[in-house]
Design a binder for this molecule. Structure first.
Ligand SMILES: *[C@@H]1O[C@H](CO)[C@@H](O)[C@H](O)[C@H]1NC(C)=O
Ligand SMILES: *[C@@H]1O[C@H](CO)[C@@H](O)[C@H](O)[C@H]1NC(C)=O
Length: 394
């Protein structure tokens, strides 16, 4: 009898010691991140212009299984499209013909894996000027120009050098003015594209918005301290720029001209997802792709990132014990992009609530009566007629 009590006692002592060791060990593991607290407002109600519909389910998938991660699109005067892939490839397409134009990095058969991204290159933002010069913001390589005849790649601003003494770590969105001036973002000066989940959780406002004039070769930082600067768009009159701050679901406006030139303000806030690329539409509005949504199945559930945002200690702890791949589980399947007017009001939204046809959408690019849908992780380019997109039949 006495022996049994002793055994129980020693077992519980052992467990206590083991438990303490685990706690101390986890405490001693350095966290990969050094987060700041942030407080999100409750996500918007999905009513009015955000009312859930199934319009994106009328889309088609182009080049399925042939292009990987076509995040951003540009089109020239002849209607020829350009896009980059997660494997470093630059593609060109017209109607249903797809052609490999170039690669931004080394040509290995294993390109497309996160390990090789820095070597293979990862083209993100693409832009083309009136003369047909193609520019690419490569997440790793820098700001590039690609000769559309030869496929030759020329580095205009290398990432190692960066700007103002800070190397580029994660080039991302890009747009071009009518006179050929480029505007692009560096999402973070700390985390590269492969580590974007750490960037999102840490949320330390290390992004920049940069201007580059190919004619003079001059570059300057317009804004710094952005919360993962992502997509960028010019206003129709080119008097201001809009830039996505993905981490905090916000679009910031930077004035290029007029009395507020050189200053910035919030354009729209508390979006129903994490904003990626912004594209002006023919209707004078903007389509804003949401890399992931904040829409939960139950209205009593709050988005994971909203819940952990105020607590640096919890964020530090979670990143100690969770591999990066696990975070994808917290992303709702609900896919949408939104339409925003010149005052920053959401005026419409386009959904695939199950991700059945369009499984993700980081860019919606209108051209000639159609809208092309890109994303950094899909293996197709979505396309839908403007009339279908705007129809109210769900
Ligand atoms: C890359 O290598 C493959 C296989 O060697 C080759 O077919 C292809 O033309 C090369 N170039 C590009 C730009 O992919
Ligand atoms: C592209 O390469 C061709 C052939 O070398 C050259 O004639 C042309 O000027 C180049 N285009 C640009 C935009 O550099």
């Amino acid at each position: 009898m006495a022996e049994k009590v002793d055994f129980k006692k020693s077992l519980s002592q052992h467990l206590l010691v083991v438990g303490l060791c685990v706690v101390v060990a986890v405490y001693l593991i350095p966290s990969p991140i050094d987060p700041k607290p942030y407080f999100f407002a409750d996500p918007p109600q999905m009513t009015g212009p955000l009312k859930v519909n199934r319009r994106l389910q009328k889309a088609d998938r182009l080049f399925k299984g042939r292009v990987f991660g076509p995040e951003s699109l540009a089109v020239d005067k002849e209607g020829v499209f350009y896009t980059g892939g997660l494997d470093g490839k630059i593609w060109r397409f017209h109607d249903h013909s797809l052609e490999l134009l170039a690669r931004t990095g080394s040509n290995y058969s294993e390109c497309g894996s996160p390990e090789l991204e820095p070597e293979c290159g990862r083209p993100k933002g693409v832009a083309i000027d009136n003369k047909g010069s193609l520019y690419v913001a490569d997440a790793y390589k820098g700001l590039l120009q690609v000769n559309t005849t030869t496929g030759e790649v020329n580095i205009l601003l290398p990432s190692e050098k960066g700007l103002d003494g800070i190397p580029f770590k994660f080039l991302n969105g890009m747009t071009i003015s009518k006179s050929g001036v480029l505007y692009f973002t560096d999402s973070s000066s700390k985390w590269d594209r492969r580590s974007h989940k750490y960037e999102i959780i840490e949320n330390n406002a290390l992004g920049r918005l940069i201007e580059y004039d190919p004619a003079s070769g001059e570059a300057r930082v317009l804004l710094s301290g952005l919360h993962m600067a992502n997509g960028v768009s010019l206003s129709p009159h080119e008097d201001f720029l809009l830039v996505s701050e993905l981490n905090i679901c916000r679009i910031t406006r930077y004035f290029l001209r007029g009395p507020k030139a050189g200053t910035s303000e919030i354009f729209t806030d508390n979006l129903p997802g994490y904003p990626d690329n912004i594209k002006a539409t023919s209707a004078g509005t903007y389509f804003i792709g949401l890399a992931a949504s904040r829409i939960q199945k139950s209205r009593f559930m709050r988005p994971f990132l909203d819940v952990i945002a105020p607590y640096p200690a919890i964020k530090r702890f979670i990143t100690k014990i969770t591999p990066l791949s696990v975070y994808a589980l917290f992303i709702p399947k609900h896919v949408l992009f939104i339409e925003v007017d010149q005052q920053g009001n959401i005026v419409d939204s386009f959904h695939d609530p199950d991700g059945a046809v369009i499984s993700a959408c980081s860019e919606a690019f209108e051209h000639d009566g159609k809208v092309y849908l890109g994303h950094f992780g899909t293996d197709y380019i979505g396309v839908i007629g403007m009339a279908d997109l705007k129809s109210n039949v769900t």
